[in-house]
Structures are given as C-alpha cells and as structure tokens.
Design a protein around this ligand. Structure first.
Ligand code: ADP
Ligand code: ZN
Length: 624
C-alpha cells in the first residue's frame, strides 16, 4: 500500500509543504489545514531521533505525533496500546486514510497474525499496533529487534502508574524497550498526568532523556455541571430529554447492579440505552460496545470498565450518577465527551451517601495505609470540586497543575452563579451537635436532634435533654443535611466508616467552633428548577443548521452509515461530524472544492468524493 497518492488530484502544491514534509502529510493524507498545540514541535523532535513524553488532553491530537513521523522515518513504527478495541479503531481509521497499518493482539482470527507478520517481514507496513503482552513475549521481541524501526510509541502511558485508575501490569515491563531497541526514538503519550504520575511514567519507562511536552489540559468545548443527588434517575432523564435527545453518551455508575437498573429504567422510558460491566459475558459486552461505536445516538450505561478504549469522537455527554474516585478519574471519564471538539456536556449528581460509601471502600480495601491515605486525600479534593462555589474548570485545572486566569463561562457555576449564605452560626451549631452527642451518630440522627424531633431513638439516648435540642427547628431537614454534607466536604467534620457512618470532628473545625472563622455555604437549589422554555434547547447546538438543511444532514449521515456498514467500520471513521457540517456550510461542487473541507484527505477524496458530491447535489442519500 502506498503512503501518498501518486498524483495530487487538485494539481496544486503549496510552497510551505515542500519545505515541511510533515505539513504536507497533515494536509494531503489527513486533510487538516494546520497543526494543533505541540504537534509540530513533537514531530520535529521525534524526527530528529529524540525521546518524548507527550501530555495532551483527550482529543488534542496525540496520535498524529507518532503517526506522521511513522510515515516520514524509514522503518516500521511500533505502537503499544492497552486495549484491542483501541487498536482496531485506530487501524481502521488509518486504513481509511490509505496508510498501511495493522494490529497484532490475541483476538485475531487464525492465520491473521501470520499474515500481519509476513507483511512486516516484507516491509509492507508503516505502523504496527500491538498489545503490551504481545510485544513483550520473547518471541515477538526477538522478531522485532531484527527489524529497522522508525519509532516506538507507548499510548495511554499512564497505565504504567500503579496508583492510577487504569493500571496495567503489562505496562511495567515496557522499560526494557530502551535496552532492546537502542537508538529507536520512544514516545510515551497520555491525557492524564498530574505531576506524580508524570514522574512515574518517566521512571518506569526509562525515559530519562525524554523531552516533556505539556499541552494545556483545558477542554473548552466541555461544559461541566454537578448537582445535588435527589432522584438521580429523574434528574438524568430530564437532562437527556431536554438537552441531549438522540445524542450518543455515557452514563457511569459505581456498581454492576445499578448499571443494569439504570439501563433498564431508561430503556423503559424510550431512551436507547445499553448496559456494560465486567459481570456480563465478554461476548455480550463486545456486542454492546460495537453497537455504541457503530450506531448513532446510543446511551451506554456502564461501570468504569467501559471507556478507555473508546475513541468515539462524537460522544455528546458523560453523566455520573455516582461519585467518581478522584478528580483525575473524573477528568479522564468526562474527557471521553466531545473529542471532536464540538460542544459536549458533563452531568454529575452526588450526595452524602456516596461519600460514606466511597470512604468505606477505601477503609475496607486491603491496601496499605499509605495508599489509603492518598485515596482519602483524593476523595477530599473531589468533594472540593463538587462543593465549589467558583468556576469548576478553574478547580479542575488547578488540580492538574494549571492556572486559569478568568472564569470559564462554560460550567454551571459560571453560567448560574451559586448563591451562598453565611452559615457561621449553623456550622457551629452542627459541629456542637456532633460533639455533644459523642461523635458517633450519623446525619439523620443529628438532624433530628437539631430539629427537636422527640422520637424513640432520640429519647433512648436521652438527647432530648441536650441544651441544643431543637435549636435548629427553623431550618428544613434538607437544609441541615446540606450543612453536614458541606462540613464534611470542607474537612471540618469527617465520616467514621468503620462504625456506622457516624460523624466526628476534624482538627480544622476549631476556629469555626470558637467563632473565629466565617463559613459560607452553597445554597442548594430547593427543587430542580423547571427549565424555562427558552433554555430548553442546547445553547450551542452541535450542528448549526437552518431547518431546510436538516434533510441534507440526514442524507449525509445515512450515506456515511451505509459506507461504514459495507466495510464494517464505525461511521465516524468515514467522515466526522465536523466534516459533514463543513460540507453543508461550504457546499463544495467539485472535487477540488471538496478537498478544502476539514478532514478530507486525498485518499478519502478519491474513494468517497464523487459519492458525497452526489449527495450534496441531489440532497438524497447515496444508494448504489
Ligand atoms: P487523542 O489526543 O485523544 O488521542 P486523537 O489523536 O484521537 O486525540 O485526535 C482527536 C481528533 O482530532 C481526531 O479526529 C484527529 O483526527 C483530530 N486531529 C488531530 N490533529 C488535528 C489537527 N492538527 N487538525 C485538525 N484535527 C486534528
Ligand atoms: Zn466556569
């Protein structure tokens, strides 16, 4: 398979492309006009033979950093990737571009692996994707050391971190690549990398000479929203119906049971939802994943077992009905939305019960004390994000080591500033209540005492005789629960998870108890505000169409789906949503005009150009 098409179908050539072969490939093969972020610098560094660690947010374009040098440097580029789904997707996308790529992993049909190896032996491939265990088998290593290699790329490099959420034991062995392939440039790439993870990647992969490229972590097209958990299913449904009808998205839940429950609940209400978790048979899981990738507009309800391999660019929302494990996990999971750069949203509901449950998980896990301490700390940072009264993006980015100067204008706290109230007195009262009742009761009991409920339980402990009994009568139960939740979130009180989830005082509460520190609380919305008519629609729709263009979009999508089915690849591998939008905006009428469209490279122009021009001309879906 040739890399570049022999003739330029438009007959034009740019002077800067002649000087910069990487740019020429970007334009002619990938169909994109310019490099993004650090791409050009990384490519130049690798072309010169250097090692690199590349940190870029999801959707930032990490793959091009090794794919372009793979085409320009002599020899085979070997790409280590942790998941077969990921390998399949990338190989399919590269082949669509006319690039000779193949994958080696455990799920190839008999004979396929042999065929791939023969292609490598004959020097017919530019890129070979392998799973880490496959690469590290002595057989494969011995075979590859005798080949001229263009480079070694280690994708999802954070999988090497034992403390991270995607740890893969096989990744630990990748350090030996340095010794086995001397002189071959190595690149590690990831979207998660808080500073400790960064250090761990460099150390474990033996990248001591590597240049580190840190792209900004911001994902400006993602809108963040976190809300108090009341009736999570209803809240989710309202979100889906008003803001994401017909969109593809992911709903994360903590347990397998709740995944099944939520998927069934949604399906009953007419949402096309499928479950995905590790308790299902591998075959069924695979089928659901394939449907999510290949059909438009499916909602996947899943545990975190789902996602890392998901390169699907048009995921329009990611919802969490339970708390994720940490800010890093939240960033990573929400990062699966809007890879295509078009507007996307996140939605999370959280409540006190989640906090208690996660703390229990940590305490009861067999991990070391040090590990648990770190996990507790991560949970606290996450609560800080949930309770923040300032820009969520600011909190998120600061946690990832980046500073943001202004508020983002695209998160819930920016869009609808959170009302706060001075709760200094209430905080003191609540903390005293924890103290006077002996630091062993849960929120329900504490609220009863404050509100002066003379029930059996209260009386059995004699708490109706406390001086503060009933002193909080004028506040609602919900309001007091919110106070306790926020005290915990700010580290002023803590949850005892060994016993029954009772609350205790934290060291930091002293100045508050003494009345030396003011406490501002978030005002929780009393009820989910019914959204006003005018706000029902997405503020920035993904497709900006006039009504008369809708049939054309439908025809373009149907054509893309038809071509995808024929080749058994996901529709977005044919053309992305952004490409379809540009076709509608620019209405190209000739091949030369079509080539100007974002995401149309020469190979796709050759294969699909006439077909799509036909659709644009007639307004009708392609039918052969
Ligand atoms: P990630 O960093 O998440 O691995 P990808 O490499 O999958 O991101 O790229 C995300 C999307 O952005 C892909 O559809 C890719 O083709 C596109 N892309 C990458 N680089 C550019 C660029 N310079 N211009 C336009 N689109 C790009
Ligand atoms: Zn904001």
């Amino acid at each position: 398979m040739e890399i570049l098409p022999p003739i330029d179908p438009t007959g034009r050539e740019h002077a800067d492309e002649r000087l910069n072969p990487a740019l020429a490939i970007l334009r002619r093969v990938f169909g994109y006009p310019f490099f993004r972020g650090d791409q050009e610098k990384v490519i130049a560094w690798v072309m010169a033979g250097g090692d690199a660690l590349v940190l870029m947010p999801t959707g930032g374009g990490k793959s091009l950093c090794f794919q372009i040098p793979a085409l320009l440097r002599p020899g085979l580029a070997v790409v280590v990737s942790p998941l077969i789904a990921l390998i399949r997707d990338q190989v399919a996308a590269l082949r669509q571009l006319g690039i000779a790529a193949a994958g080696l992993h455990s799920q190839l049909a008999p004979g396929e692996a042999g065929e791939v190896m023969r292609q490598v032996d004959e020097g017919m491939l530019n890129l070979l994707y392998v799973s880490p265990e496959r690469l590290l088998s002595s057989h494969t290593l011995e075979w590859l050391v005798r080949k001229p290699l263009a480079l070694l790329a280690i994708d999802e490099a954070h999988c090497v971190s034992q403390w991270g959420h995607d740890f893969r034991a096989d990744y630990l062995g990748l350090g030996i690549l340095k010794e086995r392939f001397p002189g071959v440039p190595r690149l590690a790439l990831t979207a998660t990398a808080d500073p400790p993870t960064r250090m761990e990647i460099l150390k474990r992969l033996e990248l001591d000479q590597a240049q580190v490229f840190i792209g900004g972590f911001d994902r400006p097209n993602i809108r963040y929203r976190i809300t108090i958990k009341k009736h999570p299913h209803d809240q989710l449904l309202a979100f889906l119906r008003t803001e994401h009808p017909g969109d593809a998205g992911i709903v994360y839940r903590l347990s397998r049971n709740s995944v099944d429950e939520t998927a069934a609940w949604l399906a009953k209400r007419g949402i096309r939802a499928l479950p995905y978790h590790a308790g299902m048979s591998g075959e069924l899981r695979q089928r659901h994943q394939d449907r999510f990738l290949n059909e438009e507009g499916l909602v996947m309800v899943a545990t975190i077992a789902f996602g890392m391999g998901i390169d699907k660019p048009d995921v329009r929302f990611v919802a969490h009905l339970d708390l994720p494990k940490s800010i890093e996990a939240y960033y990573q999971e929400t990062g699966r939305a809007g890879r295509d750069g078009l507007p996307a949203q996140t939605f999370m509901t959280y409540g006190m019960d989640d906090v208690v449950m996660l703390r229990r998980f940590i305490v009861n896990s067999p991990a070391s004390e040090e590990f648990k301490r770190i996990e507790h700390h991560k949970l606290e940072s996450l609560l800080g994000l949930c309770e923040s009264v300032t820009c969520r993006r600011g909190v998120l980015l600061r946690h990832l080591g980046e500073n943001m100067e202004t508020s983002c204008g695209n998160c819930d706290t920016c869009l609808e500033p959170v009302p706060t109230w001075d709760g200094t007195e209430e905080a003191r009262l609540a903390l005293s209540c924890i103290y006077r009742t002996g630091q062993r009761f849960g929120v329900n009991h504490l609220v009863d005492v404050l509100r002066g409920e003379e029930n059996e339980r209260v009386k059995s402990f004699g708490h109706q005789q406390l001086q503060l009994f009933g002193m909080g009568r004028q506040r609602s139960v919900a309001s007091w629960r919110s106070v306790f939740r926020q005290l915990v979130a700010r580290g002023l009180a803590h949850v005892d998870v060994v016993g029954f989830g009772g609350l205790g005082l934290a060291e930091a509460c002293r100045p508050v108890l003494r009345g030396e520190q003011q406490v501002l609380f978030r005002q929780d919305p009393e009820e989910e505000k019914p959204r006003r008519e005018g706000r029902k629609r997405r503020e920035r729709p993904v497709f900006q169409l006039s009504r008369s263009d809708e049939p054309l979009l439908t025809a373009l999508k149907a054509t893309r789906t038809y071509l995808a089915r024929e080749q058994q690849v996901p529709p977005y591998v044919i053309f992305s949503d952004s490409t379809l939008q540009e076709m509608i905006d620019l209405r190209p009428r000739t091949l030369a005009q079509l080539e100007e469209v974002y995401g149309v490279g020469s190979r796709k122009l050759e294969r699909y150009g006439e077909i799509f021009l036909g659709v644009l001309r007639s307004g009708k879906a392609y039918s052969p």
